[in-house]
Write a protein that binds this ligand. Structure first.
Ligand SMILES: [Zn+2]
Length: 50
């Protein structure tokens, strides 16, 4: 399941998996496009809270 949009990530879709340091290192899985959006927002939040 995609962590950004909540839809299933199937093997024919590009899935990105990343471990984050937040909240106990759970693994996240995204569609490639969703990952880019999520990653952008993550960097924006980092900048806002820094
Ligand atoms: Zn998605």
């Amino acid at each position: 399941m995609c962590d950004a949009c909540g839809a299933n990530v199937t093997s024919d879709q590009m899935a990105m998996v990343g471990a984050t340091s937040e909240a106990g290192r759970r693994t996240r899985q995204f569609h490639a496009l969703c990952f880019r959006i999520w990653d952008n927002e993550r960097h924006l939040l980092d900048r806002l809270t820094a």
